[in-house]
Every structure is written in structure tokens, then in C-alpha cells.
Design a binder for this molecule. Structure first.
Ligand code: NA7
Length: 538
């Protein structure tokens, strides 16, 4: 249905009511701005609203992921698990929305189709899929780094007559796997979580794996009320610790170089980390583990041994062990019994490097060597990461320049928060922003607070227009690549390096910021201290 075309007017329009949009709304409302949030979904929660697939849960410790801005919320909210599952995570978002009465300033079911800058009026105009229109002085995108799901580019996708779901667009109704023949395509972080959970009840599951990933144990456990009380008393310490680490996780990299130790010392350190929960093995490992090939090889060899010990059939283990990248050079899926799934008689692994999928059929999938019949196909094929959510909106800046064109060779931004040629646009958790490599609420708080302070500064000085200079943008973009180029991850195809064959992006770029959250925060503080250096404010 096309809505009335009367234009809604705001000082600030925010797209997205996930965690970043929710906090941005609260902050701006408290500061007295006339603000409206537009959200495509039916309620708040973003990632936790859309990703309802079985097994979906935090890889961050729940108590480090929680927002820190409200002591009252910290007092009232209790986590039941160290790595909380999607239903509880969504309840947390709903709890925030209820607590701060956020929904009254959010329009749900509003998917932005275009956003264009009107230089004469110095305003953004938003047009939504349903024809609704809105104008605002400032536009804040809170659209999430992993929110544009991609289907595989396989022929015949529409032909399948059975149930079909994408993990990032999981239905709200219960899905049963009992007695069913289920295909899963994709073995990234979502696939690994889903496969492990589905294996518990499925009739028969066939996993179609193109690239194996290095997975290490999550080691989740319940939190008793007494333990929760103790966590509550330690929140200040937890947040302080997160502020000091590279990715705002609680795990601090070991200050030693792997190659300075004896093999026995190295092995003992790896063993200790492997037995710890969460991203300990990835983020808490030796400081050279992700930048020095020899150190990374040692870490990788250790994980190979673990996989081989857990998978009974070594021919299957061969398929599950990555050969084209070292441990930690792509996003590490955390698992809770993933490798053991392949010991089940009702689970089959198909290596797509040997037998690629040729097409989806009415009854299932056809690979180069077999025809498979299924009751259900699950697409755990990921997202058009980080820039995909921007590309879905026709965003046009000064002189009608399309953001998609400007970013054709990879993102160019200033601080990952604004783009030269796109005045008054603020991109929370945008590309080249530390938040994309972060325990995300920690960095969302920083992003939102930076944006809010900037808007207050402009209001106080009677300024109406902000825009990054081309020089500042070029310098920041070069710095982003300098930091990225130190990582072994830059030599690997992944969503972090911008490769997504499903949308035809083959060339490696760099989507994140690898200088670490403390350095990023410091840079933002310096920008403010120098009167918003790098921005032209008028
Ligand atoms: P990911 O990590 O991008 O994983 C997607 C998976 O789907 C990955 O194994 C892909 O293989 C596979 N894939 C994608 N397209 C195809 C086609 N066409 N054929 C076969 N297999 C395919 O997405 P997730 O949802 O798992 O995780 C995204 C992030 O969300 C995650 O990192 C967390 O931060 C949360 P490929 O590796 O491309 O060969």
C-alpha cells in the first residue's frame, strides 16, 4: 500500500532500530533533538530481530556485550548464560525499548528506498518502499554491518518446492527438522551455529561446504543468580578492560611473540587458550599470531590437531580443515560440538570444491556428481557485508553523486562516520570504522556519543552543515589500509576484505579498521579537541 505523500520533517532521521539506532534515538531525544527512527522490521533489535535461526547466539561474553550507559539497566537486567542465545538477546533489546519508551519515536515497516541530499534546502530527503517521505537536517544510518543477506548465485533457486530459509531472514514461526532431509549451504559463523543445533533433531542433514573455516570452542555455561550478582558488581572493571583491548572484547592479546618461545611453552599456551571460553584463542593469543606467518602457522597446526582428534573419519577431517588460509585470518566461528556433528551417521558433508552445485531443482540440489532430494534447504550464505546495507538504499549526495559509485572500488570515508560529498550524513558502524571489528555495543556507544556531541556542538554554534574534507577522507582511508595491510587477513578472501562472489565482488578491498578501538577512540577525541578537524562545519 502506498502511504500518503505528506512529508514528515525532523531534525535528525535515523535509519534502523537495532542497537545503534536505539541508542542514537535515546541519546538525541535526551538532548532535545526532534528525531525519528525508520525501521524496516516489525520491531526493534536489528540483528537479533532478523537472525532467529536455531543456535544463533553471542560470541561475545553477554556481560561484555551489554550497553554500559544506564546503571539502572545494568542493575535490572540479568543474563542467564555467558554467551546468550538469540531469544534472550532480542528480549534484551525489547527490554531497552520498553524501559526508555523508544517505540513511540520509531516507524516500523519502513524500508528506505532512497536518500538524497538537497543542497539548496540543506536537508536529506528519504523515500521509503511504501511511498512514505521524510526530510531531515541530519541523516544517521544505523543499518548494521551484516544486515543485507545474500542468496547464493546458483541457477534455479526459485524452483525448489520444499521449505527454504536464509539464516538472516529466519521466519517467526517455529521450524521443525524432525524426520526431515535438510540441506545446509554455507559454513560461516551462522552455518556452524545452525548445523550444530539442527543436528540434534534432524532426520538427515547434508552440509554443502565451499570453504571450511577454522572453528574453536565457545564453551558456554549458565550464569547462576549469585554469579550474576558478582558480575554486576564488576561491571565497571569489565567495561574498563574492554576499553583497553584492541577489539573491546575482554580478551587481551598475549604480549609475547609466539616465535620467541620454545615449542613446549607455545603448546602449553595454546592448550590453555583453547580451553578458555569465547574468543580467547583468537583475540587472546600471541601478539604476532595474526600478523606473522610463522606464528600463525604454529597456531594453525595446533587447531588442526584438535580437529583431527574430534572427527573420527580422517577423510572427513581433511575436508573440514581449511587449506587456503591460516587460523584467525577470517572471522572465527565459535562452536559447541560442531566437529562431532560429522561423526553422526545421519550427517553428510559435501565438499563443493570437488563437486560444485550446478543448480537448485524442484526436489533439491544437483551437484556435478549427484542429484539430492530434500524437504528443506537452509541458506547460511551470509551477507553483502558492511557496504551492502548502504547499496540497498539509493544514497545520493552533492551533485546527485551515488554513494554506490563513489565506493565502487571500496569504501572511502572519514573515520567511518562521514563521506566527503555527503553532507550531514553520519554512518554508525559504517565501513572503515573501528566498530566493524569490535565487540559491537562497546563501539556503538563510542560512535553514538561522538555523533551526538557533534550535533550538540553544531546546535550551540548555530551550524547547519557538516562534511568531511577530501583531504581528511584520503588520509583516513590511507591509514585504514596501512593498518589493514599488517594483517594476514588482508591476503584472504572474506567479507572483511570485501569479497562476495554472490554479488559479483571479486576484488579484495578492506571493509574494517584494524588499528584497534583504543587508537580509533583516541583519533576521534583528537578530532573533537581540534574543533572537528577534518570536517568543514558551516
Ligand atoms: P559468512 O561468514 O559470510 O558465511 C557464508 C557461508 O556461505 C560461507 O561458508 C560461504 O562460503 C558460503 N557461501 C556463500 N555463497 C555460497 C555459494 N554461492 N555456494 C556455496 N557456499 C556459499 O556469513 P555468516 O552468516 O555465517 O556470518 C556472517 C557474520 O555474522 C559472522 O561473521 C558473524 O560476525 C555474524 P565461502 O567462504 O564464501 O566459500
Amino acid at each position: 500500500m502506498v502511504k500518503s505523500t505528506a512529508i514528515e520533517r525532523w531534525e535528525v532521521a535515523v535509519i534502523g532500530a537495532g542497537l545503534s539506532g536505539m541508542y542514537q534515538l535515546l541519546k538525541l531525544r535526551q538532548l532535545g533533538f526532534k528525531v525519528r527512527v525508520y525501521e524496516a522490521g516489525g520491531d526493534v533489535g536489528g540483528t537479533w530481530y532478523w537472525n532467529r535461526y536455531p543456535g544463533c547466539r553471542f560470541d561475545s561474553e553477554s556481560w561484555s556485550y551489554v550497553f554500559s550507559f544506564s546503571p539502572e539497566v545494568l542493575r535490572e537486567w540479568s543474563w542467564a548464560e555467558h554467551f546468550s542465545g538469540q531469544p534472550e538477546n532480542l528480549r534484551y533489546c525489547e527490554f531497552l525499548a520498553d524501559k526508555f519508551d523508544l517505540r513511540r519515536d520509531i516507524t516500523f515497516g519502513a524500508r528506505a528506498r532512497s536518500a538524497s541530499w538537497d543542497d539548496g534546502a540543506r536537508e536529506w530527503e528519504l523515500i521509503f518502499e511504501d511511498g512514505r517521505r521524510a526530510r531531515s537536517r541530519f541523516l544517521v544510518t544505523a543499518i548494521g554491518p551484516l544486515s543485507a543477506p545474500t542468496m547464493p548465485n546458483i541457477a534455479g533457486i526459485g524452483d525448489f518446492k520444499g521449505e527454504a530459509y536464509h539464516t538472516g531472514l529466519w521466519p517467526h514461526h517455529p521450524v521443525s527438522f524432525e524426520g526431515k532431509r535438510v540441506a545446509v549451504i554455507g559454513t560461516g559463523a551462522s552455518g556452524v551455529q545452525l548445523i550444530t543445533e539442527v543436528a540434534k533433531t534432524v532426520g538427515h542433514m547434508t552440509v554443502f561446504q565451499r570453504t571450511p573455516n577454522w572453528c574453536t570452542p565457545l564453551r558456554n555455561s549458565r550464569i547462576s543468580p549469585q554469579e550474576m550478582e558478582s558480575i554486576r558488581n564488576r561491571y565497571d572493571d569489565i567495561f574498563r578492560r574492554c576499553r583497553e583491548t584492541w577489539g573491546c572484547f575482554i580478551h587481551t592479546a598475549d604480549h609475547r611473540n609466539a616465535m620467541d618461545l620454545s615449542p613446549e611453552e607455545r603448546e602449553a599456551a595454546f592448550e590453555k587458550l583453547y580451553n578458555e571460553p569465547g574468543f580467547s584463542f583468537w583475540q587472546g593469543n600471541f601478539r604476532d599470531a595474526l600478523i606473522d606467518k610463522a606464528a600463525n602457522d604454529e597456531m594453525t597446526k595446533f587447531v588442526i590437531k584438535k580437529i583431527r582428534a574430534r572427527v573420527k573419519d580422517q577423510r572427513i577431517a581433511d575436508k573440514l580443515i581449511p587449506t587456503n588460509h591460516g587460523y584467525g585470518t577470517r572471522r572465527v566461528p565459535l562452536e559447541s560440538g560442531y566437529y562431532e556433528v560429522y561423526n553422526q551417521p545421519n550427517v553428510k558433508l559435501v565438499d563443493l570444491r570437488e563437486t560444485p552445485i550446478e543448480r537448485v531443482t524442484e526436489k533439491g540440489l544437483k551437484t556435478s556428481d549427484a542429484d539430492y532430494e530434500f524437504d528443506m534447504i537452509v541458506y547460511a550464505t551470509g551477507f553483502d557485508a558492511i557496504t551492502g546495507a548502504f547499496d540497498r538504499i539509493d544514497i545520493r549526495g552533492k551533485g546527485d553523486q551515488k554513494l554506490k559509485d563513489k565506493w565502487a572500488d571500496g569504501p572511502h570515508t572519514y573515520l567511518g562516520l562521514n563521506i566527503a560529498g555527503f553532507p550531514n550524513l553520519l554512518t554508525l558502524v559504517g565501513p572503515h570504522n573501528a566498530a566493524t571489528f569490535c565487540n559491537i555495543p562497546r563501539c556503538i556507544e563510542q560512535n553514538v556519543e561522538f555523533v551526538s556531541e557533534m550535533l550538540v556542538h553544531m546546535r550551540e554554534k548555530g551550524l547547519k552543515r557538516l562534511e568531511a574534507t577530501h583531504e581528511a577522507e584520503d588520509e583516513w582511508t590511507a591509514h585504514v589500509y596501512d593498518t589493514g595491510n599488517k594483517l594476514l587477513a588482508m591476503q584472504v578472501d572474506s567479507w572483511i576484505t570485501g569479497v562476495n562472489k554472490n554479488v559479483g565482488r571479486q576484488k579484495r578491498t578492506f571493509m574494517a579498521y584494524a588499528g584497534g578501538a583504543p587508537k580509533y577512540r583516541q583519533k576521534c577525541e583528537e578530532v573533537v579537541a581540534h574543533g572537528y578537524e577534518g570536517f568543514t562545519l558551516r
